[in-house]
Design a protein around this ligand. Sequence first.
Ligand SMILES: [Zn+2]
Length: 412
Amino acid sequence: MRAPVLAALAAVALLTLSACTAADAAPSASPSPSSSSSSSTPSGAGGTAEVFTPIVGAALAPPEAVPSTDGATHLAYELLLTNVLGQTVTLDAITVLGDDAELLRLEGDELAAWMRPLGGSAPSRVLTAGQQGIVYLDVIVPSPGDAPDALSHVIELTPETAIPPVVEKPMSETIAVTRVAASTPIVIGSPVRGAGWLDGNSCCAVTPHRTAVNPVNGTLHAPERFAIDFVQLDAAGRIVGGTIDDLASYGYYGADIVAVGDGPIVSMGWELPEERPGSNPTGLALAEYGGNHIVQDLGGGRFAFYAHLQGGNPEGLAVGQRLRRGEIIGALGNSGNTDMPHLHFHIMDSPRPLSSNGLPFLIESFTLAGTVSDTDLVDCMTASVPCAVDDSDSGARAEVSPLYRDVLDFGN
Ligand SMILES: [Zn+2]
């Protein structure tokens, strides 16, 4: 879980678009050079002004309003941006507008922290000629009813070289009007039982799950946008009770995994060995990334993925078998692309774990025991020390989504 645990696959090769010069900077439909400082065409009869946008982009999928443990509602989505110029462009700021109101503004280093150019994993707000990058957005509104119908994005940017009047230095543009999905998240039970379960890598920070944008079957997919890696704190608050490379150090190893809802098994696999914790295995085939696993059809176009289970099919399950919510389906393991025992769980819009779109989910009821800080989490995942849990916002929660670093108590 320290490194991407499922599918932070190598990013796609970069697409190099037109190498623009002052003479051919604009597409053929763009205006002829003039003394005007505007790069937009006048509106035609009933038309909309045409504006040259050196950064083009769109959301990978429409965001959905997700009420969460912090009492707020999150809209988590990704903007895939392309620099169409033949020169480097620095993004100075992105402002997210909803119903013409500013909902989020990221600028400078803060924007870089939420952005990853394809081909690299380091934060950056610089796109070289023809390069693409993804901005991982987390727009927060008070409640689902406050979510706008659509979002648009004002991008302030600085190209290396101005190409007046079409490309100015600096300049701004508005792109990627993105509708907000009208759907509401599915409500499920917890896939684990008992107290002290830490939510690793889930929404909405830039975690290995959010950045697992997979180039599979010719398209980018973000199946793990809301995926949770469940690990459990012991009575002393530790994840690791001994050395990190010993399965016996993890007291929750082998914990019961239970079905989160009713529905049939679509696919499963039980043949993979347990990995030695402490580092990710190498040489896995794509189909082995999830380790021993179950895909369950929950209905309504939603599928549950339970991954990294212990092998051997201990409950004697069969494809097509209808699971009931709360039914034990396997044991928490360390198979596949994993570096410590955990349950990787997510909901997706198809039965394909790597090439679907990740969907949010709400857990029916639980107690938020607290939250572990980023720094403390690194400490207690890499050594046998207790996680420091801030319980200032603890309490019962109903039909909300857990957030990254939450500590969750479930019933038995
Ligand atoms: Zn995971």
